[in-house]
Design a protein. Sequence first.
Length: 122
Amino acid sequence: MVIPGDLVGRRLDRVACSWLHARGPSDALELLHMWLTLDGLRVRPADQHAGVYTVRIEHTRANDIETIGLPESVSALRALGERPVRLEAIDSPDRCWHFALFLADGGSLVGCAGVRRSGAAA
């Protein structure tokens, strides 16, 4: 868990947003999630990443969003317990997919989870 006081003085490293197409007459985009990545906060114990991505599994299943490797990545993270894991992200060239890369010490790949972006054609 991040304590708000721990955030004071940290450098903003990255901002990422996830948008959802509204299911209404205007079909406007609505902000679904916004992530503020602060310097030094991408490295967390593996089981903390697993907890966050378990919620994402539930969300993607409830909203019929296609994923690749999400449950497998969560299982791999849970197996590492308290070991530190760094989170990196990359988008596909067509920006239809967002991938989370989980890296252990030395940069070895622990897991890779892809989520099809809202509104991206299947």
